[in-house]
Design a binder for this molecule. Sequence first.
Ligand SMILES: [Zn+2]
Length: 532
Amino acid sequence: MSSFLKKYYFKITLPENKKKYLSNFKQLIEKATKQSLEKLWSEEWITQLGITTVKAHCIITAGRISIEEEGKKIYLPSRVRMGIAERIGRILRSQYKRMKCFNDCLKIMEIVGVNENESKLIKLLNLTFRSYKNKPYYKKVLLLQNIRLIKNWQQKISIDFHMLSYCNIVKPTIKNFVFPYGPDNYRELDYMVRNTSIWFKIRLPTTINSRSINDWEWIEGLIPIPEKLQKKINESTNQHPKKPRMITKTLKGGKEYFFFSFPWNFEKKKVVQKERTRALAVDLGLKKIATAVVCEKDKQLSKPIYLKITSKQYQHIERLFKHLQGISIQIKRKTGNHRKQQEEQARIYRKLSRIKHQLVQTTTTILIDKAKQWNCSEIILEDLRMFRPKKGLRKWSRRLNEWLHGQIAQILEYKTNEEGIKLLKVTPWGTSIHCPRCTNTRGLKVTSPTILTPKKSGRWFYCPNCGFNADRDYNAALNIFRARFINYRKIKSLKDTSPIPYMEIGIPSPDRSWRRSRNDLTTTQVVLVTGG
Ligand SMILES: [Zn+2]
């Protein structure tokens, strides 16, 4: 495996005392982005951007960006307008495939009728639109979104098909404030990264009613780099990072922070190949955020390691989710004050994302520590892009259960790379019904080790063939390790991989150097503590 470069962004907080000018800047940029995007929101522009890979600001030029307030033009330096053009161009470009899919759905639905059922339409669309490898061109989710969109609109206003156009139905949304300094070329922003600090000089507006360049001022500053970040930056291949983007973040109390988000390149480390593959196999959930087990070839080395949250925390999260669901039902039914509901919704989202952030950070840190302790060369997760139906769980509770997965996987990818550990993702099919001890494919979900009657929502696994019974998530973790050996040329499914036998002599201890940590000799339970 050859090494390659990977780009990571790091945030540098901008000084508090420059905030007034920064807020002006943000307000102007947001206004200009909104106004200009509305003007440029058309099939023609989306297509132009979608079919090329040229920098977006070369297609949407600075000349097209402007703000007007009560008929008066507001002044923005041309390099700033270029940045806005870049941002808008990227938004438009991101719509291209969706729009194309929409139009293709429209074509088919015009022929077979809007009332045709969803799965038939998808089949038809998959047959008609294929990629060069002869695979379906669109993802199922995308097709479904567009089919439903068209159906809804047809019901809403039963107008002629030709009148339905993507840009009339879908309105552009700008979620976060992002200003890319990429196209700027050091005219509006100059910076220098030293070992412990970043010096910068930036041109910002002194008023939001900027009339000319005289209303813009150069501001200079020095930002200390946190020690942790300094270490990381020292390992990067480009000490002087490419141009940043400016972003903001609003904290709980409503306080807003401004950041430069700089890209740094890192050489992706080669994975050290050990003689045997020793891996930490991880099943992810919520109540038990992670259930992990260390295995090697066809041996189990550790007892299960459970990472749990307290039931209080679980209930808190559950309440927030239920609340959120309640609001979205109200919104759907159009009862109550719409603005208030939206505000409430946003508030809960913020709350949830804070909790999420903390849980993800703690969980990934512990998992990496465990992997290092046990000298694992791999961490194995389920690949969540694969559809994994979980029967017996209602829709929202499934969402709840899979809430953290994506982010944990993402952060682990970054952290494992830093540690030279390989992160593998495996197909999740069948991990909850196969027996890892005897390869029986019909394990049961039961209530508890003492009540072995099948129950859909049971949290315990029981194999009627060999009698193995264990926590369901622990069982899944063992199977996730087995799934690692599926390769589509030789071993096609979980049932053909070798079983992981019982450790009759007990669970062997981890490598000698880690012997002191008695923790690993018993089932480990880690309770994640988060604030708030
Ligand atoms: Zn069995």
